[in-house]
Design a protein around this ligand. Structure first.
Ligand SMILES: *Cc1c(COP(=O)(O)O)cnc(C)c1O
Length: 378
């Protein structure tokens, strides 16, 4: 049994996007590194709502150097799904149970001195040496050792006998805003950190900085690895554009379950906030805010029915939305597309995000857990 509202996830599109990004990185790569940087495929938050196990395995097969996720628990889900390649955990480990790092062979990020101490102790207890990536805060002011305080914070960490620095990275706060000067400031600060590490004789094997937006904007921040998330799913971070031939990997579809005639002056749905200005035909779609259809879609969002755009009218309910299909000849059982193509029309996640003043990342991550993901290959 399967609900009417489903998300189709095209794993071939994800592999295709991976290769398209790799080709782009190679075609623009400096002659000193013609193969281009490696790719850390970011699959946090259930692979941006696409389903982490199947997506991670597809990216591993496509040749990802490493996968990355937000916390140890997400990484364990990947291991249990059969992922064998290296997994980098981005998050702070300050209050985490770190046993999973050792039991599931994960690569932690150390972004605070206390995480360094906890991991050193845990590795010493096990009599092992643990490789880690060091996170430097160059201006995001979230996680990471401050770029301008390393002489105080780094010596203890570097002296930890059971820890081995394998990578160093930073994260940009404004990569999707070409007018903002902070990305360039962060880049310069990160360069200074690398030079400082060099004076200490520390030469990490892997240096990385670029998320999707940063890798599109500046080849100087590619270093050894790039860390795309959104691009892998076929979406370019707005407002940026790109010539990389990407394919959106997810479409969201449903069916009309009922059609109703409303008289002029009558209202529709909770709060009676939509009033019919003419005799109106309203269709019910069984997908609501519990499925990730944002409340702000009321009066702003559209769906495709019979290859045409139908407006969402009235309040979004927990399990349903209502479409105005007065000008569309449609009947119960007809296919509805909330994201994706139908006929010659297409709705993409950037458009949906723009319509309600949010970002594509949020829309994808919030797709409800009760929506079945149907995976297609080939
Ligand atoms: C989420 C994340 C990324 C990927 O970001 P996109 O904008 O989706 O490419 C890269 N690096 C870190 C540290 C992240 O948290």
């Amino acid at each position: 049994m399967i609900r009417s509202t489903v998300a189709d996830v095209d794993l071939d599109a994800i592999a295709h996007n991976f290769r398209a990004i790799r080709d782009f990185l190679q075609s623009e790569a400096r002659s000193s590194k013609p193969e281009g940087p490696g790719i850390v495929a970011v699959v946090k938050a259930n692979a941006y709502g696409h389903g982490s196990g199947p997506v991670a395995l597809a990216l591993e097969r496509a040749g990802a150097t490493m996968l990355a996720c937000a916390d140890i628990e997400e990484a364990i889900v990947l291991r249990r799904a059969g992922v064998r390649c290296e997994i980098l955990v981005f998050g702070a480990l300050g209050v985490s149970d770190v046993t999973g790092i050792f039991e599931y062979t994960l690569t932690p990020t150390i972004s605070t001195p206390s995480a360094g101490k906890a991991l050193q102790e845990a590795a010493a207890r096990r009599g092992t040496r643990l490789k880690y990536h060091l996170k430097i805060d160059t201006g995001m002011n979230r996680l990471g050792l401050r770029h301008d305080n390393l002489p105080r914070t780094l010596p203890d960490l570097l002296a930890s006998p059971n820890l081995e620095l394998d990578g160093v990275y930073t994260h940009f706060a404004t990569a999707d805003d070409p007018d903002h000067p902070l990305m360039e400031e962060q880049r310069v600060r990160f360069e200074r950190v690398r030079a400082y590490l060099d004076t200490l004789g520390v030469r990490p094997r892997l240096v990385h900085a670029a998320n999707s937006a940063a890798l599109l904007r500046d080849a100087r921040v590619w270093y050894d690895l790039v860390r795309p998330g959104l691009l892998l799913y076929g979406v370019v971070p707005p407002p940026l554009g790109s010539t990389i031939p990407l394919r959106p990997a997810l479409s969201l579809r449903s069916r009309l379950v009922a059609v109703k005639h409303i008289r002029t002056g009558e209202t529709v749905s909770y709060g009676a906030r939509f009033t019919a200005q003419r005799p109106t035909r309203v269709a019910v779609v069984p997908a609501g805010y519990a499925d990730g259809i944002d409340l702000r879609m009321a009066g702003r969002g559209v769906a495709l029915v019979r290859g045409r755009r139908a407006h969402i009218v009235g309040a979004v309910c927990m399990d349903m939305i209502l479409l105005d299909i007065t000008d569309i000849e449609a009947y119960p059982g007809d296919a509805v597309v909330l994201l994706g193509t139908q006929g010659d029309e297409r709705l993409d996640v950037r458009e949906m995000a723009a319509a309600i003043g949010t970002i594509p990342w949020e829309i994808l991550c919030r797709l409800g857990s009760r929506i079945e993901r149907i995976y297609s290959v080939g």
